[in-house]
Design a protein around this ligand. Structure first.
Ligand SMILES: Cc1cc2nc3c(=O)[nH]c(=O)nc-3n(C[C@H](O)[C@H](O)[C@H](O)COP(=O)(O)OP(=O)(O)OC[C@H]3O[C@@H](n4cnc5c(N)ncnc54)[C@H](O)[C@@H]3O)c2cc1C
Length: 399
């Protein structure tokens, strides 16, 4: 068993699930990831396999036909999947966030309507806060939901960067509504927008123009979404009440941060595996490069970062599972894991010498994919703001 990134205290069930996921990653993801990524092809067969494994319903409670597993189990599965191909973890990430938001904030009717079909992967989730003019500054959203005389709403505006924007069928969309509140944060509402999968007009007044061409994170669709007078019933407000959208989204993003930390850990593990294997095969000056102290030290630093990031991510997930506050820990785990993953992957790239620059080598793909870890679910600057402000509160000078 490899020594790095182990997790103490897992139950037998957790170990069984992880074993099955690892086997799936080794047999069904790693062998095809390069080819699919280079062709920017959607991993349809892999997604079907994940459905069979129950991954789409991993955290959905058993009463709604899911496996009722913890955030830790979910995060460890994500880490493993990202080790195989980071894009595949993106297929389940937004789905998981929407399911989590429904579990936490949905009405009983909404839970019954969506969660059982989300557990099987029949309904697939995307979530949408960002717009062309904003990402970090969510308070600046301009997509507006206007209340009609009959109590329904009409949504107009442009959303940007929807992961799974094309393939999803249920999108949690943050909009501005007029609740007459004095804080901008209380004048936001999350709607559950149903659509058909695909591109073009996917629902009345909802257009998904096409896939955004990205440097990495290929295979998976990232899209814009344009709303032009989309008519939606008030029943589709998450939780049934307007004005709570910002808090609901931030709750979703907080668990999403653990998820991105887990993905970064997976990329770092794979970067390390590739680097340490290559360092033992490649010879220069009459010996394997791993025997040169500069490379040995680099491997030692990489291993330490892989281990540290994993343990931080596990701690944040466990805090959430025990119902404790974890905004700081999730921010720390996300920032540290994504920064370390970037460093580990770059070190592995350096170990590969010129071959690392060739598309034949997996590390070239990891170099492009790992950059996204610095951005998704809030940049490192935004994590520092969250951590720093909380530290000032906790360590405020008395008197
Ligand atoms: C591939 C991809 C997939 C995505 N998927 C989704 C999705 O599914 N749903 C969704 O809603 N969004 C999604 N996003 C959007 C993502 O969340 C945003 O890109 C991210 O939050 C950053 O926002 P921005 O791009 O507008 O950058 P900006 O907010 O414009 O930031 C630009 C720079 O300024 C820095 N900065 C901003 N404000 C501050 C500050 N106060 N102090 C210090 N520095 C600051 C940032 O750190 C960054 O370096 C995705 C993005 C990408 C690239």
């Amino acid at each position: 068993m490899p020594r790095l990134a182990q997790t103490d205290g897992l139950t037998e069930d957790q170990q069984e699930i992880l074993k099955a996921v690892k086997q799936f990653v080794d047999e069904k993801i790693i062998p095809v990831a390069q080819e699919l990524e280079h062709a920017d092809e959607y991993p349809t067969e892999i997604v079907e396999g994940l459905k069979e494994l129950g991954i789409f319903g991993l955290m959905i409670p058993e009463e709604y036909d899911g496996l009722g597993e913890s955030l830790l189990t979910y995060a460890l599965c994500v880490e493993e999947i990202a080790r195989g191909w980071m894009s595949v973890s993106g297929v389940i990430n937004t789905h998981f966030i929407v399911a989590y938001m429904l579990m936490k904030h949905g009405t009983e009717e909404q839970k019954r309507k969506y969660l059982p079909r989300m557990a099987t992967g029949e309904v697939r989730g995307a979530f949408s806060m960002s717009e062309p003019g904003l990402g970090s500054d969510v308070s600046a959203i301009s997509t507006k939901a206007t209340k009609q005389d009959d109590g329904s709403y009409s949504i107009t505006g442009s959303k940007m960067w929807l992961t799974n924007g094309g393939s999803s069928t249920l999108v949690a969309v943050l909009t501005k509504t007029d609740e007459g509140a004095d804080s901008v944060y209380k004048n936001m509402t999350t709607f559950l927008v149903e659509k058909t999968p695909g591109f073009g007009e996917t629902a009345q007044g909802v257009t998904v123009p096409g896939k955004i061409d990205k440097m990495g994170y290929k295979g998976i669709d990232t899209t814009e979404m344009v709303f032009e007078g989309h008519q939606i019933s008030a029943d589709q407000i998450l939780g049934g009440e307007p004005g709570k959208g910002f808090a609901q989204m931030m709750d979703g993003v907080e668990v999403g941060r653990v998820n991105v930390a887990a993905r970064a850990c997976g990329l770092a593990i794979r970067g390390f595996e590739l680097g340490i294997a290559y360092a033992q095969q490649r010879e220069t000056f009459g010996k394997p490069i791993a025997q040169h102290q500069a490379i040995l030290f680099r491997l030692a630093e990489m291993a330490t970062k892989v281990e540290t990031a994993h343990q931080m991510m596990v701690r944040a997930a466990r805090l959430k599972d025990t119902g404790q506050r974890m905004d700081v820990e999730a921010g720390m785990a996300k920032m540290l894991a994504s920064e370390y993953a970037n460093e580990v992957v770059e070190d592995s790239f350096r170990i590969h010498g010129g071959y690392g620059y060739s598309k034949e080598y997996e590390i070239e793909r990891l170099m492009r994919e790992v950059k996204f870890m610095l951005i998704g679910e809030g940049t490192s600057d935004i994590q520092k703001m969250i951590i720093g402000r909380n530290m000032l509160k906790d360590y405020a000078l008395k008197g």
